[in-house]
Ligand binder design. Structure first.
Ligand code: HEM
Length: 437
């Protein structure tokens, strides 16, 4: 007993000694780092160096800088410059869907569309169509295996994921090199341009590895979430023809109801989109009832109380977006798809900040939320004005929540193009039009 007690005391003493040493080491290195910063001052100059710090050893202010670059990529000006490109990519895609004699698997094609938007618009890569198709297939293989057990065996999901990532990184490196060499003929700065420029301004040349990782992360964040929301949008417009008609009326009133000839091709503006109040309600309601991301994780920084219980500092907690939307008392008939709940007259979301959070909240809120909303709005405008679409199956499919919310069969839909008089365009004409884009 005595020996066991002594062993325990000695183990505790060793642990305490380790902790004290690590804390001391961290404190000393932080002080040395501060001293190094102070030592860089030019002694021949009497002026003091500015207040602040060099951030943390090795990584410095990189995190802070990255956050700033991120906000620049999604600023109002940046979104305005992406808008015509996004509209063209969507118009091009809808024309291709309408020219198909058979039904479209909406979820799969929406994934292709968001991938194309991320690669062509956000990253500004001019990859040939065939290579883009191949890259998309590899990307799907990568995403399918992201959440696999880290067991590196032949044919394991992990091995397939790693192989897909290697092929992707090669393809991205080629595209980045080509882009860096050929900067002429571009009329706007895409996200990658902003990232590179901003790093130069901060005296930090990004390495090829950093550029590849950054582009892969951007595609990853944008891809599945936006494809899920786009599919839900199409499904709800199919289920609720009255909502689609009301949307068309709003567009008609604003002179935006155009057909296959696309008189307003590439001419949508951010302020025009913001003025479409009902469109805003429709997108908000899709994101409330069919939130693509179910929740997020946080580390508790300070002990707090929840419903009479303490949640201790250091715990990992998950917040559920879906449960929040399902149980928020501010929403009447929570399971009903009712865009008007967000109308000015009702504004069900006006009380409280934490009842509606499809893009998360706090400091780690979604950086691309304005871009995602912009994309969904343009998709809705184009669908309402240039297409007629009908369900190709007898009943609507079930919804699955994993890995992001989507219909189990992908949602099978037949699309028809509409001309400027809202008459259907024959598929042959549509095929001819899309071949000339
Ligand atoms: C409908 C589409 C989208 C939805 C529903 C969505 C949702 C979310 C949510 C809920 C989070 C926070 C997760 C957490 O709390 O930990 C998040 C984070 C993030 N999203 Fe999105 N997102 C969408 C589209 C996009 C797009 C288009 C981009 C960029 C191109 C993007 C970039 C990001 C980034 C970079 C973060 C991480 C922010 C950070 O950790 O500081 N998202 N997104």
């Amino acid at each position: 007993m005595l020996f066991e007690g002594l062993e325990l005391v000695s183990a505790l003493a060793t642990l305490a000694a380790c902790l004290v040493s690590v804390t001391l080491l961290l404190a000393v290195s932080q002080q040395l780092w501060q001293l190094r910063w102070a030592a860089t001052r030019d002694k021949s100059c009497k002026l003091p160096i500015p207040k602040g710090s060099m951030g943390f050893p090795l990584i410095g202010e990189t995190g802070h800088w990255l956050l700033q670059v991120f906000s620049k990529i999604f600023s109002h000006e940046a979104l305005e410059s992406y808008l015509p490109k996004i509209q063209l990519v969507i118009q091009d895609t809808l024309r291709a869907w309408s020219s198909q004699p058979e039904a479209i698997n909406v979820y799969q094609e929406a994934q292709r569309l968001t991938f194309r938007m991320a690669v062509r618009v956000l990253l500004g890569f001019s990859i040939p169509e065939e290579d883009l198709g191949h890259l998309f297939e590899v990307y799907q293989q990568f995403v399918e295996n992201v959440f696999s057990l880290p067991v590196d065996l032949p044919f394991s999901g992990y091995r397939r994921g790693i192989q897909a990532r290697q092929i992707l990184q090669k393809g991205l490196e080629k595209a980045i090199r080509e882009k860096l060499q050929c900067t002429q003929g571009k009329d706007y700065s895409d996200a990658l341009d902003i990232l590179i420029e901003s790093s130069k301004e901060h005296g930090k040349e990004m390495t090829m590895q950093e550029l590849k990782d950054g582009t892969l992360e951007l595609i990853f964040a944008a891809y599945a979430t936006t494809a899920s929301a786009s599919t839900s949008l199409i499904m709800q417009l199919l289920k609720h023809p009255a909502v689609l008609e009301k949307l068309r009326e709003e567009l008609r009133a604003q002179g935006l109801l155009h057909g296959g000839g696309c008189p307003c091709e590439g001419t949508l503006r951010l302020d025009t989109l913001s003025s479409l109040r009902y469109l805003d309600c429709v997108i908000k309601e899709v994101m409330r009832l069919f939130t693509p991301v179910s929740g997020g994780y946080r580390t508790v920084l300070q002990t707090f109380e929840l419903d009479g219980f303490q949640i201790p500092k250091g715990w990992s907690v998950m917040y559920s977006i879906r449960d929040t939307h399902d149980t928020a008392p501010v929403f009447k008939d929570v399971n009903v798809f009712d865009p008007d709940r967000f109308s000015q007259a009702r504004s069900e979301d006006k009380d409280g900040r934490f009842h509606y959070l499809p893009f998360g909240g706090g400091v780690r809120t979604c950086l691309g939320k304005h871009l995602a909303k912009l994309f969904l709005k343009v998709l809705a405008v184009e669908l309402a004005s240039t297409s007629r679409f009908e369900l190709a199956t007898r009943t609507f499919p079930r919804i699955t929540l994993v890995p992001v919310l989507h219909p189990v069969d992908g949602l099978s839909v037949k699309f028809f193009g509409l001309d400027s008089n809202q008459n259907e365009i024959l598929p042959e004409t549509e095929a001819m039009l899309s071949a000339t884009v």
